[in-house]
Design a protein around this ligand. Structure first.
Ligand code: NAD
Length: 474
């Protein structure tokens, strides 16, 4: 398979060309990338019909066979890693080394999920009754993927769907369609036609999918604003929904940390992927006793970053992925002057060949400022001072988001006690953004609904069905 050209959508096992095409843009140089299809409503109807037909057989295929096909798919994804890395950097902007992390994690995620079976649960078993709880697949799943992790988030939606006996239609983001389309094309070698399909569309396609009566579940990752529209639309047919949405993760730094080391790690997690991760650290609360030293150390790390084209070996931070996001992040930089914030690293955007912005730290802005309250989804982060433990916990929790949070300190008891009071789906002590396909991942509050991965994520692709055998009645 050639990953460098011929990007097609797959309906019922075959390429489904469209009259209209569109294209993505390489964010490092704003050059047009190759054409991709623009799906019509008829394409969606065809994919749903093919999915429904495939579901008849696939849902009755034994788990072990579905598992075997899925693991073979993971091996194939791994075998094509180098081509995927190159394509990911070109369409997403991520530096090569970090692209390897995303691509390398893809087969690991698929295999991890393939290790989770959902056997029937015996609720009661005696001379009179046997009562079982079974997990039966839902039908056609729509996997709606954002532009920041086009590979990991696609495979992490494909695998649980097909393992649980569902069929899946993958919709990559129009900003980053290329890797997603190739992943689905590759899947055709391992799954029967109609089991794993793709649609490549413009902004119409997502709403068509969420309102389509033939789709049974929406597995969505994206912004909180879009997530609300998804629920509204899906409610018309009571589709099952899983929503992985935006975050505004706090990190609380205790006074006993190794300042140099932790400041460097915090900078890494704040600016990884140029601040375009739902789980970037987005508010950094540093104890006042070490605030100045910590700030200095963090600035030193950030000043050493090399922002540029991700395909260059020296680049540590790539561009913002697209023009729309670049324009939004710029509004936070405009506010530096308007609001009188103090930038201690970065702070200015210079126009260039790509959507480049140097990582920027804002020194102790007011707690109610936009940079603290909103998710910029770009390389700009507030450093905030705290003195009282109860107060910093309240500030950390004072957000509509609840995706991730972390506490950093040598005193693990104290850090653990604080961690347990934070309102977030994943809370770390002395790290951030470490995930596992075996652990449920989801957001509290407006960061999501339900969870992906782990046993819970698999169950979210199923109806629970109770089978009640009355042994004595007949
Ligand atoms: P987005 O909400 O704009 O788009 C996400 C996907 O939804 C894209 O495929 C898009 O085409 C589609 N879409 C857009 N409008 C739609 C609609 N009305 N109905 C159905 N689908 C629609 O998000 P984005 O800008 O691509 O991604 C960035 C956001 O995603 C950030 O807020 C980030 O925090 C969040 N995110 C969350 C997670 C998580 O796991 N919680 C992971 C990555 C990103």
């Amino acid at each position: 398979m050639d990953f460098s050209q011929d990007y097609v959508q797959i309906i019922n096992g075959k390429s489904a060309p469209t009259e209209q095409t569109r294209h993505g843009v390489n964010p490092a140089n704003k050059q047009a990338l190759p054409p991709v299809p623009v799906a019509t409503q008829q394409d969606l109807d065809n994919a749903v019909a093919a999915g429904k037909a495939a579901f008849e057989t696939w849902s009755r295929t034994p788990f072990e066979e579905r598992q075997k096909a899925t693991i073979a798919y993971a091996d194939a994804v791994e075998a094509h890693s180098a081509a995927l890395v190159e394509l990911l950097t070109r369409e997403q902007g991520r530096p090569t080394e970090q692209a390897w992390m995303e691509v390398g994690g893809a087969p690991e995620w698929i295999r991890g999920l393939a290790s989770i079976a959902l056997p029937d649960e015996v609720i009661e078993d005696n001379e009179q009754n046997t009562v079982l709880n079974r997990y039966t697949p839902l039908g056609v799943v729509a996997a709606i993927v954002p532009w920041n992790f086009p590979i990991r988030l696609a495979v992490a939606k494909i695998a649980p769907a097909v393992l649980t006996g569902n069929v899946v239609i993958v919709k990559p983001s129009p900003f980053t369609p290329y890797c997603g389309l190739k992943l689905v094309e590759l899947a055709q070698q391992f799954f029967p036609p109609g089991v794993v399909q793709s649609l490549s569309g413009d902004d119409n396609l997502g709403p068509w999918m969420t309102s389509h009566p033939g789709i049974d579940k929406i597995n969505f990752t994206g912004s909180t604003a879009t997530g609300k529209k998804v629920v509204q639309s899906a409610s018309q047919t009571l589709k099952r929904v899983t929503l992985e949405l935006g975050g505004n993760d706090p990190a609380i730094i205790l006074p006993d940390v190794n300042v140099e080391k932790v400041a460097d790690q915090i900078a890494t997690f704040a600016f990884l992927n140029t601040g375009q991760i739902c789980l970037n650290i987005k508010r950094i609360y540093v104890h006042e006793a070490i605030y100045d030293k910590f700030k200095e150390a963090m600035v030193k790390s950030v000043d050493g970053y090399v922002v540029g084209d991700g395909s260059q070996p020296t680049t540590t931070h790539g561009p913002i992925q697209n023009a729309m996001q670049y324009a939004r992040v710029k509004t936070f930089f405009d506010d530096i002057e308007v609001q009188g914030w103090k930038a201690v690293a970065g702070g200015k955007i210079e126009e260039s060949a790509g959507y480049f912005i140097h990582p920027t730290i804002i020194d102790n802005p007011p707690e109610d400022s936009r940079i603290v309250v909103e998710e910029p989804f770009g390389p700009i982060v507030p450093l905030l001072k705290w003195t009282d433990e109860k107060d910093v916990i309240e500030r950390a929790n004072n957000t509509v988001n609840g995706l991730g949070a972390s506490v950093w300190g040598k005193d693990l008891d104290r850090a653990g006690k604080i961690a347990k009071q934070l309102q977030a789906g994943t809370v770390w002590v002395n790290t951030h953004f470490e995930l596992s396909p075996l652990a449920p991942f989801g957001g509290h509050k407006q960061s999501g609904l339900g969870s992906e991965w782990g046993v819970d994520g698999m169950k979210a692709h199923c109806n629970a069905q109770v089978l009640f055998f009355k042994k004595t009645a007949a």
